[in-house]
Design a protein around this ligand. Structure first.
Ligand code: ZN
Length: 153
């Protein structure tokens, strides 16, 4: 299941990526381009803009959502699309650019990792796009809280 969040749903896009879902989001994108790219890629369009359907998006390719709260939007998407976020896939994607993260050896990045984190974590991941490093620290804890125990297997 792949998604394309419209330009108002950046926080929701990050949550979906954090849960392992391939999700595109661009701060500025024209409706026509969003629709054609989503269709080409077979992505569900997530939007608050009902008008998108009138502008060429097929109704069955659009998930309309309401509300401003990203956590609630995320929960709504999970329920509506009947998703089952698998714990193993959490934090396998860069939340900033959607690339799949690579497992890296912490020794190769010792200068970029805070000493305390280096000492207390074994697993590190790196985004091949923006080069951001990830570990199962605060991000992971926050995500676990957000996804809630009920999604955990
Ligand atoms: Zn990245």
């Amino acid at each position: 299941m792949k998604f394309f969040c419209d330009d108002n749903l950046g926080k929701l896009a990050k949550l979906l990526r954090a849960a392992g879902y391939d999700t595109l989001f661009y701060r500025t994108i024209r409706d026509g381009e969003l629709i054609s790219r989503a269709l080409k890629d077979k992505r569900f369009i997530i939007t608050r803009d009902r008008g998108l359907i009138g502008r060429g998006a097929p109704e069955d390719a659009v998930l309309l959502i309401e509300g401003d709260n990203p956590d609630e939007q995320f929960e709504y998407v999970i329920l509506q699309m009947n998703l089952h976020p698998e714990y193993e896939r959490w934090l396998t994607r860069c939340i900033e650019c959607n690339n799949v993260l690579c497992v890296v050896n912490r020794k190769d990045y010792v200068e970029q990792i805070p000493p305390y984190v280096y000492k207390t974590h074994d697993e590190f991941y790196r985004c091949p796009g923006c080069e951001r490093l990830y570990w199962k620290g605060t991000h992971h804890k926050r995500l676990t809280e957000r996804l809630g125990e009920r999604f955990r297997k």
